[in-house]
Design a protein around this ligand. Structure first.
Ligand code: ADP
Length: 301
């Protein structure tokens, strides 16, 4: 995300403060059935067909078609401004929170139109959680950070203490914080704060976790811990990650999508587009497009 753009984190936080909407049935029962349990990794979670994203009249991203596989890590790479963050925000309708942002084309989640009539974006964001570039814990205790989501979403866990512990264990943070759960989350290191944000995302039982450059503000040790954690998380979740770090994409992801920005026909605006999408080893060792090869070999970008 470039400077001066709208930070959707705050909007998400504000939105979470509204009580869960009762009686809304945003996701069909067939989708619920398909979401449950662990699936074969070839199963498609999201299918995108000819997706275009606009900010006002500016076409930021054009013609993206791709599928995201279940229990896989999919990495989005490409030079700054090619629309990676714009695209990842489409998966949980975060762009809805940006005035003027518009998504065209079709995005399905387990075959259901994610932008269809009657789909509740708040419910979408519970299933499809997001972790941001800069760790953004609430100025509350470690415990309350994790318990907050389930509370405002009206989830009724058997025991909140157990849910908090499970979520912190899931984010590989429990051992470091179990004796100081009432301390402020802001007292944690940057790497711990980011794992707390992952615990917070896990606490509302998501199906997918979106990560927008989750390590770019972290030191190499903390980055390695998050990467190890991602490898574990993919047993239970589908993960999509935007990263500027090609080595990171090569290390952690199963599939990689390479994007670039080129002048759009007609307007001449620099518009993002998907160049190539394949198994990560293929993208890094035998890319089929010269633009991908130039980027992954460091000749461009
Ligand atoms: P990347 O994540 O690849 O760096 P972005 O998705 O942040 O790219 O940006 C893609 C294009 O969309 C850029 O030209 C950027 O300036 C523009 N853009 C991104 N967010 C906004 C926004 N909230 N409002 C207006 N333009 C935006």
């Amino acid at each position: 995300m470039a400077e001066g753009q709208i930070d959707v984190t705050q909007e998400q936080e504000n939105e979470q403060q509204t009580p869960a909407r009762k009686g809304v049935a945003p996701i069909s029962t067939e989708v619920r059935a398909r979401e449950g349990g662990r699936g074969a990794s070839s199963e498609t979670v999201f299918a995108l067909e000819d997706v275009h994203v606009y900010y006002g009249s500016f076409l930021a991203l054009r013609g993206v078609s791709l599928d995201i596989g279940r229990n896989e890590i999919t990495a989005f790479i490409g030079p700054s401004g090619c629309g990676k963050s714009t695209l990842i925000r489409c998966f949980n309708r975060m762009n809805d929170l940006i005035p003027g942002a518009r998504v065209e084309g079709r995005i399905t989640y387990h075959d259901q139109d994610l932008y269809g009539d009657g789909v509740d974006p708040v419910e979408v964001r519970r299933r499809i959680g997001m972790v941001f570039q800069k760790p953004n814990p609430f100025p509350k205790s470690i415990y309350d950070n994790v318990a907050y989501g389930p509370k405002v979403m009206g989830l009724k866990p058997r025991s909140m203490d157990e849910l908090v512990e499970e979520s912190l264990r899931g984010a590989a943070l429990w051992e470091e914080v179990k004796d100081k759960l009432k301390q402020s989350a802001l007292s944690l290191s940057g790497g711990q704060q980011q794992r707390l944000c992952i615990a917070r995302a896990i606490a509302v039982s998501p199906v997918v976790i979106l990560m927008d450059e989750p390590c770019s503000a972290l030191d190499p040790m903390s980055t390695a811990r998050i990467e190890d954690l991602m490898e574990k998380l993919k047993q239970d979740y589908t993960i999509v990650i935007v990263t500027h770090n090609m080595q990171q994409a090569a290390r952690v992801s199963d599939r990689t999508a390479f994007f670039t920005a080129e002048a759009a026909p007609g307007t001449g605006d620099r518009t993002g587009l998907l160049v190539e999408y394949d198994r990560t080893d293929q993208i890094f060792t035998h890319p089929s497009d010269k633009r991908t090869e130039d980027y992954v070999t460091g000749r461009f970008g």
